[in-house]
Write a protein that binds this ligand. Structure first.
Ligand SMILES: *[C@@H]1O[C@H](CO)[C@@H](O)[C@H](O)[C@H]1NC(C)=O
Ligand SMILES: *[C@@H]1O[C@H](CO)[C@@H](O)[C@H](O)[C@H]1NC(C)=O
Ligand SMILES: *[C@@H]1O[C@H](CO)[C@@H](O)[C@H](O)[C@H]1NC(C)=O
Ligand SMILES: *[C@@H]1O[C@H](CO)[C@@H](O)[C@H](O)[C@H]1NC(C)=O
Ligand SMILES: *[C@@H]1O[C@H](CO)[C@@H](O)[C@H](O)[C@H]1NC(C)=O
Length: 231
């Protein structure tokens, strides 16, 4: 009798409880759905040679959709933010007219798949620095969102030649770069997690199914009582 109980009970009780747990967490809205978010890519910096043409990447996403999304790009010139370009996107998929305030800048994103990247032609050393991609969605009561991209302008990229010394040097450099990249990624991940937690509060899916969950729980309790009676 007791052996049967131990053998049967987990089999009959286990699955409904796991299912209830799953449904419960889904109904509570654990989806990482978010409000407006700006992205400048997983690697938010670029090293480029003066005279070259570079793209400053930025895309946006929003769980609640956009309407008249205002965006701009700003360049941090010794602490003062200079507007590089700005526009308002009426709705997703519409190619906006972008006002450009800086030389050699072209809007190439065209809002294609929420792409608001810009191209910087023939960069000079003065172009090096921090560029912020900024967005504000009126649907969110004017909350600001931004992401920053670092452009580093150098006069030449290190060319790997045949000598062992440079190979070792670049290997060490690569390891340091990888470590820096990892730390950046780690900080970025922590930042995103913190943001997600914040966003989950404002972008929750309503949990109208709690009643169903309670029904499910009482249902499985009934099962567990029924099981010993049969034996
Ligand atoms: C880049 O800068 C270096 C040093 O100022 C200069 O000699 C070189 O001509 C520049 N290259 C371009 C493509 O402007
Ligand atoms: C930025 O600041 C540095 C040092 O404070 C100064 O040498 C440089 O001229 C400044 N650049 C501009 C564009 O104001
Ligand atoms: C970039 O430089 C090239 C070659 O010097 C020139 O033909 C081109 O017009 C420049 N583009 C812009 C946007 O300044
Ligand atoms: C954004 O558009 C540019 C230009 O068309 C393209 O090179 C880039 O890959 C796009 N970025 C994304 C994330 O789609
Ligand atoms: C958003 O940014 C604008 C400047 O672009 C500022 O005036 C406004 O106070 C900011 N709003 C919030 C909620 O931070």
């Amino acid at each position: 009798m007791e052996v049967q109980w131990a053998g049967v009970e987990p089999l009959r009780l286990g699955p409904p409880h796991i299912a209830v747990g799953l449904i419960f967490s889904i109904l509570l809205g654990v989806w990482p759905i978010q409000a407006l978010e700006m992205f400048v890519g997983k690697i938010p910096f670029l090293v480029a040679v003066n005279g070259s043409t570079v793209m400053l990447p930025c895309t946006y996403s929003s769980c609640i959709g956009i309407k008249n999304l205002y965006f701009n790009w700003q360049f941090n010139d010794n602490g003062t933010m200079q507007k590089v370009c700005e526009s308002v996107i009426a709705s997703e998929g519409v190619v906006p007219h972008v006002s450009i305030y800086r030389d050699r800048v072209e809007f190439v994103g065209k809002n294609d798949h929420n792409n608001i990247s810009i191209l910087l032609w023939n960069i000079t050393f003065e172009d090096g620095g921090y560029y912020t991609c900024f967005g504000r969605n009126p649907k969110e009561k004017g909350r600001n969102h931004s992401a920053t991209f670092h452009l580093i302008v150098v006069d030449e990229l290190r060319v790997v030649d045949n000598t062992l010394a440079t190979i070792i040097a670049s290997a060490v450099g690569g390891a340091i770069a990888a470590l820096m990249g990892f730390m950046l990624l780690k900080n970025f991940t922590l930042y995103v997690l913190a943001k997600m937690e914040e966003k989950n509060k404002e972008c929750l899916v309503s949990s109208s199914g709690i009643d169903n969950t309670e029904n499910g729980l009482s249902g499985s309790k009934a099962d567990s009582k029924a099981t010993p009676k049969k034996k």
